[in-house]
Design a protein around this ligand. Structure first.
Ligand code: ADP
Ligand code: MG
Length: 378
């Protein structure tokens, strides 16, 4: 996998929304403030705060059971928070005193089980939420959406004549039809097979960006989150641990949990001296790291940050202990002389055998994130 696989796909006709978390010039369209949701004794969401800006696609990423669906249900008005407030634009939609019901929220939903109405045509499915429009306007809007989802000839088909991916696009069009101010998507691809899911990432981002809708898309799949979102909010155990652009959460995670959840993470143990750090791959400059500084650190490295070159035993700093082939690339697992284990991503043409002595070097062109070293357990 190349580094680029973690980036959003962007093309000329697709506006990209780059928003820094504390941009004072923009006010959020949606603001969750210290939201908690209890189900009996179970705290599904804990003190969660999050702002969403107009026109952005925010992905909510986290392991199963961390509270993603609960958060969306609270936003949609399907559940009421135990405490905290939710503001949509200038209006408070949930607080101790206020609760605006789901129908009055102007929020669109595409949930996991996105079933279309089987007895209605594709056009009728899309028009379902448009009862307030006169026939001409309804026709125009349906045609616009059929073009948007690239199914212009499908208006009179029945849902069971469509593939899974096509049905999913129709579900998206149905939710977009009434022009909701926010669209919520809960694991929208989980019913599709892997290959289709990957195709749909690109397609769904194109549709959302072209529609210009503000969207929150929930997933437990890190590649999906990184490739769809303008920003990614990483959730753990009921709260948001970090919100930022995909490349920032990937390269500069604020916690070991995020580092490990977002992809292959290895740690180089290092000891800081004034201007340099001693590590298992040699001496690094202190300005190559950011984040935590202490005498003893662990530096996050991902497979594309390192390169392993075969060399003589004397010149080596480690050796190959495992090789994983994925068609286009090899991932080498290397045991460094100091005991650290790291992974290195190489092109499929660079084939090294197990036990080959190698010299591992840092090739990252960005600063690396350092964490305090974990207490050693005997
Ligand atoms: P996710 O979507 O991230 O997988 P959920 O929001 O569905 O997580 O669930 C978060 C936690 O809240 C889980 O521990 C789940 O068991 C619990 N939970 C969710 N809904 C309910 C409910 N209706 N009653 C009791 N517990 C619930
Ligand atoms: Mg869920």
């Amino acid at each position: 996998m190349s580094n680029n696989d973690h980036r959003n796909s962007e093309s000329a006709d697709m506006p990209s929304t780059h928003i820094s978390e504390d941009d004072p010039t923009r006010s959020p369209i949606l603001r969750l403030h210290e939201i908690t949701k209890m189900y009996g004794e179970e705290m599904a969401v804990k003190d969660l705060s999050l702002s969403v800006y107009k026109g952005e696609v925010l992905t909510l990423l986290g392991p199963s059971g961390c509270g993603k669906t609960t958060t969306l249900r609270l936003l949609a008005g399907l559940d009421r928070p135990t405490s905290g407030t939710i503001d949509l634009g200038e209006t408070c939609i949930a607080s101790d005193e206020t609760f605006v019901s789901a129908e009055k929220r102007d929020i669109g939903l595409v949930f996991q089980d996105f079933a279309l109405f089987p007895h209605l045509t594709i056009a009728e499915n899309i028009a379902f939420g448009l009862s307030n429009l006169v026939t001409d306007e309804k026709e125009r809007r349906v045609n616009e959406l059929l073009d948007l989802i690239d199914l212009p000839g499908f208006r009179d088909r029945m849902p069971d004549q469509l593939s899974g991916g096509q049905q999913q696009r129709v579900a998206l069009a149905r939710a977009l039809a009434p022009k909701p101010s926010i669209l919520l998507l809960d694991e929208p691809f989980s019913n599709l097979d892997v290959r289709l899911r990957i195709e749909m990432r690109e397609e769904i981002r194109r549709i959302l960006k072209t529609a210009g809708v503000t969207a929150i898309s929930v997933t437990h799949d890190q590649e999906e989150a990184l490739s769809i979102g303008d920003r990614v909010a990483v959730m753990n155990d009921g709260h948001v641990e970090q919100v930022d652009r995909p490349e920032v959460v990937f390269q500069h995670p604020q916690s070991r949990f995020i580092a490990e959840f977002l992809g292959q993470a290895n740690f180089l143990s290092g000891r800081i001296y004034d201007t340099h750090i001693e590590t298992g791959i040699g001496v690094l400059e202190t300005n190559c790291i950011d984040g935590y500084r202490n005498e003893e650190i662990d530096i996050l490295v991902r497979p594309d940050d390192l390169r392993a070159v075969p060399t003589t035993q004397d010149d080596s700093n480690g050796y190959v202990i495992h090789r994983q082939y994925s068609g286009s690339s090899f991932i080498y697992r290397i045991r460094l002389t100091n005991g650290n284990v790291v992974h290195c991503l190489h092109n499929h043409t660079e084939r090294h055998e197990i036990n080959t002595p190698v010299r591992v070097d840092l090739i990252a062109n960005h600063t690396l994130t350092a964490f305090p070293q974990l207490e050693k357990t005997a």
